[in-house]
Design a protein around this ligand. Structure first.
Ligand code: GAR
Length: 191
């Protein structure tokens, strides 16, 4: 019998992956998305969460990196696992220590390629195109103190055709993200 899990989802923008996660775990017996947090109070992903009646909070740099406010919110809500879904700030050491092996991220490429600081969204797909790659994909990985370098949990691939553009690559990758991330989160939480 698995212990009930309470997830916090961190996002910075659109939140299309987050929405897939909210939907997947609606009425799920042992896994609840309890809190959605963002560094960006205007993030569309927060509105998506509110439609699912999930509590949302926005925070600033001081609350995240200095004062411990965000960590306190997570403790108050008895969060057991943290999921990053398009979250663009580096996770502070204090959070990694409070949730060892309990934070995961999704990256829109096949790490270790096209990762690292500054590599997000369209920049990743433009890099893939410029490098002439014939395949790209998604990587789901544990978060440690080094950007995009935690243990890889899952990868899925798609083809990059000569006629593909960064935009068309983004669409293929996003489809992979949406179909795999919720299921892989479920598997990871239950392991
Ligand atoms: C996703 O493609 C995710 O992989 C990427 O941001 C996008 C967020 O989209 N994350 C990174 O690039 C992290 N380095 P969404 O807000 O619509 O889910």
């Amino acid at each position: 019998m698995n212990q009930p899990a309470r997830l916090a989802v961190f996002l910075s923008g659109n939140g299309s992956n987050a929405e897939q996660i909210f939907s997947h775990f609606t009425n799920y017996p042992t896994i609840t998305v309890a809190l959605v947090l963002s560094n960006n109070p205007g993030a569309f992903g927060l509105q998506r969460a509110q439609k699912f009646n999930i509590q949302t909070k926005a925070f600033n740099k001081n609350q995240f990196y200095e004062s411990g406010v965000v960590l306190n919110w997570l403790k108050e809500e008895q969060i057991t696992h943290i999921v990053l879904a398009g979250f663009l700030w580096m996770i502070p050491q204090s959070l990694i220590q409070a949730y060892p092996k309990h934070i995961i991220n999704i990256h829109p490429a096949l790490l270790p390629k096209f990762g690292g600081k500054g590599m997000y969204g369209s920049k990743v797909h433009a890099g893939v195109k410029a490098a002439g790659e014939t395949k790209t994909g998604i990587t789901i990985h544990e978060v440690n103190e080094k950007y995009d370098e935690g243990k890889i949990i899952f990868q899925a691939r798609c083809e990059v055709l000569p006629e593909d553009t960064p935009d068309s690559i983004a669409k293929k990758v996003q489809a992979l993200e949406h179909s795999h991330y919720p299921v892989e989160i479920e598997r990871w939480v239950k392991q």
